[in-house]
Design a protein around this ligand. Structure first.
Ligand code: ATP
Ligand code: MG
Length: 171
């Protein structure tokens, strides 16, 4: 039995994340997903709450036939203690999957082996690119699972991104 760990901010959850998790589901028996910077929302780079991101992830992974635990994790702003913080909040896991250099480094320094999945369509499947498109009114729906479109519609997410980008003088 292997339990995998995957962490991201998922602002928003997109097809790159979905591809990686579908691969992990083929090689591991259970998946723990950490929703990082859980305390942040309503910011340009972090528009969605932890709860909204949990909804995006769980709805997109409903079809996977294995136990999935989605755990919000707040920042502690002390990188040297971060792995212990993550482990204090999550079910125990055997393998870590991440392509984020800082995350890889922090787990490796604690003696844990990190698998680094190849990037999938990174020019398009990127949170930064999707938020940019939402703000500019460019097409973004093809870059996320259909169920994520539905969650973003339900919470009026695109309008939120546009409103928080405005200045007092724009009102
Ligand atoms: P942002 O641009 O806001 O940083 P992001 O697309 O990098 O968003 P994150 O939530 O920061 O998404 O990433 C979570 C994890 O998913 C990281 O390990 C990251 O390397 C990985 N990841 C992001 N995009 C892809 C992709 N297109 N293919 C494979 N892995 C990806
Ligand atoms: Mg990133």
């Amino acid at each position: 039995m292997t339990r995998a760990f995957y962490i991201g901010r998922f602002q928003p959850y997109h097809n790159g994340h979905q591809y990686v998790l579908e691969q992990i589901a083929k090689s591991d028996d259970e998946i723990v997903i950490g929703v990082g910077s859980a305390q942040l929302s309503h910011e340009q780079a972090n528009p969605f709450t932890a709860g909204e991101r949990v909804l995006m992830i769980t709805s997109a992974l409903k079809t996977l036939d294995l136990p999935i635990y989605v755990i919000p994790i707040e920042d502690i702003k002390r990188n040297s203690l971060w792995v212990a913080h993550v482990r204090s909040m999550t079910p125990p896991f055997d393998r870590i999957y991440s392509s984020n250099p800082l995350v890889m480094r922090l787990f490796a320094e604690e003696g844990l082996s990190v698998h680094s999945p190849a990037m999938y369509g990174r020019e398009l499947y990127s949170g930064t690119e999707i938020r940019r498109r939402m703000l500019k009114g460019e097409p973004w729906r093809d870059l996320v699972p259909e169920s994520v479109c539905e969650v973003i519609r339900e919470i009026d997410g695109v309008e939120r991104i546009r409103e928080i980008a405005r200045d007092d003088c724009d009102v």
